[in-house]
Each structure stands twice: as C-alpha cells, then as structure tokens.
Write a protein that binds this ligand. Structure first.
Ligand code: S3P
Length: 191
C-alpha cells in the first residue's frame, strides 16, 4: 500500500499549519489540524482545555484524537499538522512509527518572533527564556521524525517541494521493502 498521509511535527509557530495547508492543496489531499480535531471532539478551545483540565488533560485528549484519526479510513490522502507537544509524548510517537513524519526545523529565536505575530493563543509559550528552554528539551524528540527539513529563509513552495520529494522517496523505499518481504515471506510483512 502506498502511504498517502504525512504528519508535520515541530515546535510552536514552526509553520506546521501553513505548510500543511499548502502541501494538502498541492497534493489534492485533505488537511487535518490535530488541535482543531481535539477542540471539535472536546467542544472546547485548546486554551479552555488547558485551563480546565491542565496540560495532562490536554495530552489525554490529544492522544485520543490521534488514535481516532489513525483508525479512520479517511486518513488516506491527508496532511496532518500535529500540535507542538504531540510528538514529544511517547505513546504518540509509537502510534506514528510506521507513518512518514516530517520535522519542520527553525531556531527558537525565529519561532519566538513568529509566535508574537501570528495571533494564536498558546498556553505553553511563556517568556522567551521558557520558550527557548522548552525548545531545547523537545529538540531530541523532534529529531526522531523520519525527515527533518530546515525551514529558515524558505518559502512555502520550496518547503512543499522538499516534503513531496521525501514522500516519493518514502514510497520508493517502502515499495523496496515490500518486495524484499514478498520474496522472503518469513519476514512477516503486516501491511
Ligand atoms: C502545544 C502547542 C500547540 C497546542 C497546545 C500545546 C505545545 O500547538 O497543541 O497549545 O505543547 O507545544 P501549536 O504547535 O500549533 O502552537
């Protein structure tokens, strides 16, 4: 089966939603914003969930929304933007293990500046020092994504082209391993 979904991961304000929307438009796929899914499912905004249930309550809702998304047949042909903390949670990384994940990388200072102007209320943004500290703590987890793309100074079109190339590579690679599995049936391919 050709993979027809991709998950964008990265810190707050790294462009997951804007890149995701444009990539989905170019591919003719759906765009899914996991935070929007969470808000729909919980019938509350993300800041309201944080206020009422704390970060731990939000994380439970996040994992549950991700699980639900992964079991929908609709997930085929989708570009999914994850919230900045989603890929930090081990259960979520495990759920995404066999999917293409793309880390949109940019320096914390640039992300902080962007976060000041995009008008989104972010419960975990804090001050510049807290923002930079959280970024440093999370970086090793983001780096576990299958692909890392440096975003600084690049426009949406070139970022989307890079992601499209990595998806083609991914499909070629998995097709290769499928062939190996079918010539060696004991290797137990499950998909
Ligand atoms: C979070 C980032 C937010 C949202 C929530 C928690 C985080 O998404 O999921 O406020 O832990 O970094 P964005 O990355 O889209 O801002």
């Amino acid at each position: 089966m050709e993979v027809r979904a991709v998950f964008l991961v990265g810190f707050m304000a790294s462009g997951k939603s804007s890149v995701g929307r444009e990539l989905a438009r170019r591919l003719g796929w759906d765009f899914v914003d996991l935070d929007a899914r969470i808000a729909e499912r919980e019938r509350k905004t993300v800041p309201e969930i944080f206020r009422e249930a704390g970060e731990s309550g939000f994380r439970l809702a996040e994992t549950s929304a991700l699980k639900h998304l992964l079991t929908e047949s609709l997930l085929r042909n989708s570009v999914v933007a994850l919230g900045g903390g989603a890929f930090i949670q081990e259960p979520n990384r495990e759920l995404l293990q066999s999917w293409p994940t793309v880390f949109l990388e940019a320096p914390a200072s640039e992300l902080w500046q962007r976060s000041l102007t995009d008008g989104i209320e972010r419960p975990l943004r804090g001050d510049p020092d807290q923002f930079a500290k959280l970024y440093a703590e999370r970086l090793p987890f983001y780096r576990q994504a299958k692909v890392t793309i440096a975003t600084s100074g690049k426009d949406l079109a070139s970022l989307c082209s890079e992601i499209e190339r990595s998806l083609q590579f991914w499909n070629a690679e998995t097709a290769g391993s499928r062939q190996i599995a079918s010539t060696h049936p004991q290797s137990g391919e499950s998909q």
